[in-house]
Design a protein around this ligand. Structure first.
Ligand code: HEC
Length: 297
């Protein structure tokens, strides 16, 4: 009986995954119904995880209790504190004109990160937190290494950007994610579709898609030492610090490491392709609380 139930359930999940994948690739998209389907899928797959908890990444999933215990042990003294302090210092440091980063943002930068990425109607592009921070620094004549560095190669400069954006996100911690995108603009819908297609497409030497690990294998421990998170809740904790890395890192760097693992070539840090991917992932996680910066294995 148990076995039959299990088999029936597995068949159901496989069928549901196939349906999501099939609808995912069919055009034109309806982002709101995509999101509903995406979130329902994970709620069914992990019935013991309450919705908000998906923001905790893999630690929210049944079977990863040991990982969760270890993770909770870091809550009082999170390893990213030092990096966050660097970010705050940068945020508070005056440009030569006497202004600071807060002058570039609505509400001084507080409680607005949950609306990112947003759609820039004039520029016809997705705008990320990093883009706005970089623009702000440039407009105010700042000279910071991340403004000119190749962010794929220059780890120091990239970490600096991660630290600054981590501080920016911390000013909105706990707010509900709701990317500000007007999908009545066909170009915005195109950007969304581009990100969605990237997420569901198989690529690289192993022919894996993001969904292979973060839908089909979500909640499983790949090779015994790679617990896999659900796609729902991705990005809520980023920038994050992984124990293994020992520094705050950007979401796009996390993307590049997943792509490298898939034996696929990662697009450039800050490229439209990764911005659109970020848009898709954040839109799918709409309604969850922002937890960035986070700590991860
Ligand atoms: C071979 C399996 C695999 C594939 C395929 C894969 N990833 Fe990952 N990904 C991981 C592992 C392992 C981690 C670290 C544990 C976790 O959070 O799942 C991770 C973590 C992440 C995280 C951080 C989640 C968090 O809460 O910290 C994001 C975001 C992410 N992946 C996005 C992607 C995207 C986008 C793709 C497709 C371009 C992708 N991944 C493809 C294995 C994979």
């Amino acid at each position: 009986m148990q076995k039959n139930l299990k088999r029936a359930f597995t068949t159901f999940i496989v069928a549901l995954t196939a349906t999501i994948a099939a609808t995912a690739m069919a055009a034109p998209s309806d982002p709101a119904s995509d999101k509903k389907q995406f979130q329902e899928f994970f709620k069914k797959k992990f019935p013991e995880t309450t919705f908000e908890k998906f923001s905790d990444g893999l630690y929210a999933l049944a079977g990863f209790d040991e990982y969760r215990e270890q993770w909770e042990g870091f809550k009082d003294l999170p390893p990213y504190e030092i990096g966050l302090e660097h970010g705050k210092k940068m945020w508070d440091t005056k440009f030569r004109n006497g202004k600071t980063f807060s002058s570039c943002f609505k509400n001084g930068g507080k409680n607005i990160a949950q609306g990112y990425p947003y759609w820039d109607k004039v520029g016809k592009a997705v705008r990320t937190v990093e883009m706005d921070l970089i623009d702000c620094a440039r407009r105010n004549g700042a000279e910071i290494p991340f403004l000119t560095a190749d962010l794929d190669r220059d780890q120091g400069a990239r970490t600096q950007l991660a630290e600054l954006s981590a501080y920016f996100y911390s000013l909105s911690k706990g707010k509900t994610i709701k990317p500000d995108i007007d999908f009545s603009d066909p170009d915005a819908l195109k950007a969304y579709d581009d990100g969605k297609k990237f997420w569901w497409s198989h690529r690289g030497q192993w022919n894996f898609a993001c969904a292979s690990c973060h839908v089909q294998l979500a909640g499983k421990n790949l090779g015994g030492n790679q617990p896999l998170s659900a796609g729902l809740g991705h990005t809520t904790a980023w920038p994050a610090q992984r124990l293994e890395w020992g520094r705050l890192e950007t979401l796009h760097y996390r993307y590049s490491t997943c792509l490298t693992q898939m034996r696929a070539r990662p697009p450039k840090h800050g490229s439209a392709t990764l911005n659109n991917l970020e848009l898709y992932e954040k839109f799918m996680s709409g309604g969850l609380p922002l937890t960035a910066p986070g700590m991860r294995n």
